[in-house]
Structures are given as structure tokens and as C-alpha cells.
Design a protein around this ligand. Structure first.
Ligand code: ZN
Length: 292
């Protein structure tokens, strides 16, 4: 657990990059497209494969007699190909689920979703529609506002709209296998140290509380980027967010502006080095989205 709150220059520099990718908009991804390609496929259980592409993004493949489901699709130029998917037995992709509208999770939609239903939150589709260069054939064609169940390959897959990392996140629970695909929630070993440009502190707290009520401590968590993530990590993230809100809210309520709050630096009391280190950004985010 210590690694999650440790800070060093390596984590710091990588974090700065990822903040813009995962917390920014798709334009920031362009700079990242020169990353070394690479695919690592790991069998999670009998029908589930975690596919790590671009040395950066996790996708999940759920395959069975009725066809395959992909959770997220990576970014262009795509590392993953249909030929590569065939190696793990994928014949026909029936469903694609997008966890959110950031480019590293949706840019493969047009290629892999040719004959599939592409599912996302309504907000995710709305965001993608605003991107002039996003291909129409990759747009989600099945959307929902709160939750959705899919019965497929003898699984019940539950999708929940849980904004926080962005304004359009979906968390996916494979209920029988007890696998949760988390998308980009939470902090992780080489990234997100603050809620990001598109993130919302208050939504993060709300969504994680909902997750802890819905998912067991033993659920197998697959994160959008990191190699290993647990419910305990998620709960720690919720504590971090809760504490930050508690420390900053009184000053927001007093009507102080960004500069005044930064000068007082209430987050120096945070138990989390990530919050202390990026305190200005945390305060900026909370002030922007204030709900008090
Ligand atoms: Zn991401």
C-alpha cells in the first residue's frame, strides 16, 4: 500500500503525463501516440482475458459460445488487431463497452465495433458527438443513464453510471465471475495523482461509496491502466478524497477565492503525499465544482 502514497521524481514525471491523458481531453493523447507498442495478454479466468496495449491501457475480453465482449478499445494507432484477438479464440465481437470517452478507451471502437453493439453512458456518447473527428461508426449506439444489465455467455453483466474520473464513467461488474472493470477511477502506481481536468472530487467520493455498497471486498478489480488494483486501494482513494474535501470545504464556505485558499494551504495537513504535492490542483478542482 505504501507505494500508493509514496512520491518520487519518477512517479511525479510520469504522473504529469498521465494527468493530461486520463484527466484531459483527447487532444492530449496525440503527444502520447509515439509510445512503444506492445501487447500483453493475460488469462484472468476461463473466459476472461486482460489485454494490455501500448504499454499503457488495459482492455478486457470476455469470450464465450455466444461471442465476445470487449471492455474499452485502446487508442489509435491501435496495437491490437482482429488477428491478435483470434489468437485467444475471439471470433465475433458482439458487444463493446466504453468506460468513458477519453481517447485511450474509445479510439478502437470503429475497428472492433463494426458488427457489435457499442454501449456507453449517454453522457459518453454526448461527449464523443462533440468531437468533430471521432468517426460516426465508432459512436456508442446503445446508451443508458443509471444502470443496465446484459445477459450474455451465461453471465449477468451489470453496468453502472458512476462519474468521477470524468463526467461519463461506467463501471462494469461481471456478477458471476465477480470481476469489476473499474476504468480509470482511483490513483495508481504510475498515474493519476489528482482528479484531473475532467474529474470531479465530489462525484469520485459519491461513486466510490456506491461501489463499496455494490461490490464485495473480494471482487477482482481490473483497472484501466494499472497492473494490480484492489477494493482496498479504492477505499483508500475514497479516504483521500473525503479528507481533502473536509480540509478545503470550510474555506470554500467562507467565500475565499482560489488564491486565498492556496495561500492558506489547508491540504498541507493531508495524510496523503499525493494530495500535499498537488494541493493547488486539488483546490482548483474543488472550487470549480463546489457543492457547499
Ligand atoms: Zn485512461
Amino acid at each position: 500500500m505504501k507505494r500508493l502514497i509514496a512520491s518520487n521524481s519518477f512517479v511525479f514525471s510520469i504522473s504529469l503525463i498521465l494527468i493530461f491523458i486520463c484527466g484531459g481531453n483527447n487532444a492530449f493523447l496525440l503527444a502520447q501516440k509515439k509510445r512503444d507498442p506492445g501487447i500483453q495478454t493475460t488469462q484472468v479466468t476461463e473466459n476472461f482475458y486482460k489485454v494490455y496495449v501500448h504499454n499503457f491501457v488495459n482492455m478486457l475480453v470476455f469470450n464465450g459460445p455466444e461471442g465476445a465482449m470487449l471492455v474499452d478499445t485502446g487508442y489509435e494507432p491501435l496495437d491490437l488487431s482482429e488477428a491478435e484477438l483470434k489468437k485467444i479464440g475471439v471470433d465475433k465481437i458482439k458487444f463493446i463497452i466504453n468506460t468513458h470517452a477519453h481517447g485511450d478507451h474509445v479510439e478502437g471502437n470503429a475497428l472492433f465495433g463494426q458488427d457489435a453493439a457499442i454501449i456507453s453512458s449517454q453522457q459518453c456518447r454526448d461527449n464523443l458527438l462533440e468531437e468533430a473527428d471521432f468517426p460516426k461508426s465508432g459512436l456508442p449506439n446503445l446508451t443508458f443513464s443509471d444502470s443496465l444489465s446484459i445477459h450474455f455467455n451465461d453471465e449477468e453483466i451489470k453496468l453502472y453510471f458512476m462519474p468521477g474520473h470524468s463526467n461519463n464513467d461506467v463501471v462494469v461488474h461481471f456478477t458471476k465471475a465477480d470481476i469489476v472493470f473499474l476504468g480509470d477511477f482511483g490513483f495508481y502506481e504510475n498515474g493519476a495523482t489528482w482528479p484531473g481536468i475532467s474529474g470531479n472530487v465530489y462525484d469520485i467520493e459519491k461513486s466510490i461509496v456506491r461501489m463499496t455498497n455494490l461490490f464485495s471486498d473480494n471482487a477482482l478489480i481490473i483497472h484501466g491502466h494499472t497492473s494490480r488494483y484492489t477494493m482496498a486501494d479504492l477505499k483508500l482513494h475514497a479516504e483521500m478524497v473525503k479528507e481533502a474535501i473536509m480540509l478545503v470545504s470550510p474555506l470554500i464556505k467562507q467565500g475565499l477565492n482560489l488564491e486565498q485558499i492556496i495561500t492558506r494551504n489547508p491540504l498541507k495537513k493531508s495524510s496523503f503525499s499525493m494530495v500535499r504535492e498537488f494541493s493547488d490542483k486539488w483546490i482548483w478542482n474543488m472550487l470549480r465544482d463546489r457543492r457547499h
